[in-house]
Design a protein around this ligand. Sequence first.
Ligand code: SF4
Length: 353
Amino acid sequence: MSYETRNIINKIKKANLTGRGGASFPTALKWEMVKKARGKNKYVICNVSEGEPGIQKDYYILQNYLDTAILGMETAIEYLKAEKAIIYINKAYFKKFEKKLNEVIRGRKIEIFEKEHDSGYIGGEETSAINSIEGCRVEPRLRPPFPPTCGIFNSPTLVNNLETFYDVGLIVKNKYHNKRLVTINGDCLWTGVYAFDEEMTVEDILRKTENYPKFTFFVQIGGDAAGVVLNSNQLDCKVCGGASVTVYSVLKHEPFRLMKEWVDFFVKNSCGQCTPCREGTLRLQEILISKDKNWTIFSDILTNLPETSFCGLGSAASIAVTSYIKNVLLLLPSGKIKIPEADKKMLKEVFSL
Ligand code: SF4
């Protein structure tokens, strides 16, 4: 093991690097857990499933900085003395980058695993990814045990997002400057993927990219399905999760249709393993398309989803809708947003404002 590899944990710690897949777990700690875990073989999985709408940072890395991400993976293989690394990649990206990937990984202990077509968003959850690679049903596993001690083929497994490996590659090259990739999209002019200082607020990001709207707007940060919705007075916070900022013009988006789009995503992507998520998201969908919306039941389901769902997908299913109702729908003055007065009154009551 080279001096550089022996020293890598200290460098990752010093950089304060946290996982870029959404959970923000300290990277060095995860690597050390796999290193210390007992097991004859160890594995590395690079998660390139990028299943949440509105996030394109993995695509951006594949297109522009694949070599640096591969350097990060090789560093992990060497540090852990791992059997191999597996790039777990979604179908669309595989199709687009297959040739490039095969060229770059040639002669290295790195393989590509194409994500199952119908495994959706949940196929990107780390234990679902492990199940998928093992040929099992694509659904999350009960934890503990966690992948660092018992992952693929019951062996210690390091699962990191592509951006995390890219950042490790930058750390190895002494070129990491505490930046993270942020996808900007929605009703703005300069959409795309940008690298920003981790401490930058959403407002700073919108102003710096000249995307700060002149119209009445709200944003969704951390993904276009599970991201939290904030109004224009709440932008003094950092981006979170998968790191995206989506701008919505209030006038362009009909409230009930927008909520249904978020809920539809979770209905479609629920793996069906647990009742709260499988049934709860379906009931939310039914209420949103019904004539007489029962907001009390709607609110109950939203409250129960994070408390009773088996995995993060079900827990996240309520974030966008709840934050949109509380931060936008009920705070904007009447006239700015059009929903029937009776619905607004009920929503105010059940959401305790
Ligand atoms: S919350 Fe339950 S049904 Fe939903 S994706 Fe997770 S395990 Fe599957």
